[in-house]
Design a protein around this ligand. Structure first.
Ligand code: SF4
Ligand code: SF4
Length: 174
């Protein structure tokens, strides 16, 4: 069943120009993670425009977007597909919709936002805590990498954190 309220909320968050999508697929063919996605970014936009809320919010693609912005740069209609992804993430977070990819993405982005880089050890530990069935292989790999000095517990903070914060704001991740 079509959910017009859902469509209108995404349009409000991501821009009215979404309505002009011609489904040309330029965004999907530019997308760096298209091969991993269950719904291409083009299809995700179609799901939104058709008000197919349940399918759109269940899509793992929402959490696989790397924010590379190639889709946004190349769209011939001036649409910002990444903004659609951000809007769907926002709705998922508000409604407590989660998945493995979602939990990884949140931990990853939290670390980038606080230090400008990730700590593989802390990232893996936090992910294992939220996904206990994945914990054993993660711990085994972590112990091996630590013992060989391949990863560090605290990689420090990058310079220019204000720039990181600006990027987050521009990506709609306030
Ligand atoms: S490139 Fe733009 S117009 Fe083409 S399918 Fe993607 S969002 Fe729609
Ligand atoms: S911003 Fe996301 S959806 Fe757009 S091309 Fe990059 S990975 Fe794909």
């Amino acid at each position: 069943m079509s959910d017009a309220a859902f469509r209108e909320e995404v349009v409000r968050l991501a821009g009215d120009e979404i309505r002009t999508c011609i489904q040309c697929g330029t965004c999907s063919s530019s997308c760096s993670t298209a091969h991993l996605m269950d719904n291409s970014i083009r299809k995700l936009i179609r799901l939104v425009l058709e008000g197919r809320r349940r399918e759109a919010l269940a899509s793992e693609s929402i959490w696989l977007c790397t924010s590379c912005l190639l889709c946004t740069v190349r769209c011939p209609r001036g649409i910002r597909p990444k903004a659609v992804v951000s809007a769907l993430r926002q709705i998922c977070e508000r409604e407590g919709i989660s998945s493995r990819d979602a939990s990884f993405e949140r931990i990853f982005m939290d670390q980038i936002r606080s230090k400008g880089r990730i700590s593989e050890v802390l990232l893996s530990a936090a992910y294992a805590l939220r996904n206990p069935d994945a914990a054993v292989p993660i711990m085994e790999m972590g112990i091996e990498l630590l013992s060989r000095g391949k990863v560090s517990l605290d990689p420090g903070t990058v310079k220019g954190m204000d720039e990181i914060e600006r990027i987050f704001r521009e990506l709609g991740n306030d």
